[in-house]
Write a protein that binds this ligand. Structure first.
Ligand SMILES: C[S@@+](CC[C@H](N)C(=O)[O-])C[C@H]1O[C@@H](n2cnc3c(N)ncnc32)[C@H](O)[C@@H]1O
Length: 253
């Protein structure tokens, strides 16, 4: 279950890629804008502010995330899955930020998503590219350890995403002009166990859901200790490198 409160804990760090992504969308006055995997809709609302003539739709599979979505005259939210989503009409700007990594083999959905965009329109996506980061490698290793492997297995490499050239190839072969890039943010996170706090809102969530409360506490304690070693606390905070992959595609007119 997604928990909007836990997810929002590192709002500044999590919001920045959305703004850097959408900043590269060159649309002037789109009529229809969709945000797939919109979460609590706070960032979706910024799209309605940017394009005052647009009707903006946020779609998310989590009712809990949508529960606090903001209201607005041109702003609408609905429950739905990226895998099955089909728009009522062509979309001028399609944004999906930090959501596609939850869709298995999401690159196979790119032709459908590009097909949903009107001629001359835009598709903008951002995914975390931190599957090899210590935070995720340690999680896999702990899951696969003798204590947990029967319950959890290693879960496979996650997030499973393409690199920037991979998105260029996938989208350019569909006829799009593509601007793709990667960034590694060096977040400096405050407080005790900040990496554990971060992954509680993402990668750790589906793992803990499979355990009892006592088991979850035991798993977290072991994982937290490993994270403290991999990401030592410094006097100024804990430095957490975080790679993200971006692609903005212009559909041919
Ligand atoms: C990391 S949050 C990102 C939320 C928002 N886009 C943002 O940038 O703040 C991922 C969101 O994707 C949603 N999600 C996960 N799998 C999904 C799917 N298959 N279809 C639609 N939404 C999904 C989750 O419910 C969650 O709200």
């Amino acid at each position: 279950m997604w928990d909007p409160e836990v997810y929002r804990r590192y709002a500044d760090e999590r919001d920045r890629p959305f703004h850097e992504l959408t900043g590269r969308i060159g649309a002037g006055s789109p009529a229809s804008v969709v945000d797939l995997g919109c979460g609590d809709g706070r960032l979706t609302a910024t799209l309605a502010e940017r394009w005052p003539g647009a009707s903006v739709l946020g779609v998310d599979s989590s009712e809990a995330m949508l529960a606090g979505a903001p209201a607005g005259p041109r702003l609408r939210f609905e429950a739905g899955r990226i895998e099955d989503w089909a728009p009522a009409g062509p979309v001028d700007v399609l944004v999906t930020n930090a959501a596609l990594q939850w869709v298995p083999a999401h690159w196979e959905h790119l032709p459908r998503l590009v097909g949903a965009v009107a001629p001359g329109g835009w598709l903008a996506l951002q995914v975390p590219g931190n599957g090899d980061a210590p935070s995720h490698a340690l999680l896999r290793r702990l899951r696969a350890s003798p204590r947990w492997r029967d319950r959890l297995g290693d879960g496979g490499r996650w997030p499973d995403v393409l690199d920037a050239p991979g998105y260029v190839r996938s989208l350019a072969r569909l006829g799009c002009a593509v601007d793709a890039w990667e960034t590694t943010y060096a977040h400096v996170l405050a407080g005790p166990d900040p990496v554990l706090g971060w992954v509680r809102g993402t990668a750790l969530r589906p793992v803990l859901e499979r355990l009892s409360a006592d088991e979850a506490a035991e798993f977290e304690a072991e994982y937290g200790a490993a994270l403290r070693e991999a990401y030592p606390a410094e006097p100024y905070g804990t430095v957490v490198p975080f790679r993200r992959v971006f692609a903005v595609a212009r559909v041919p007119a």
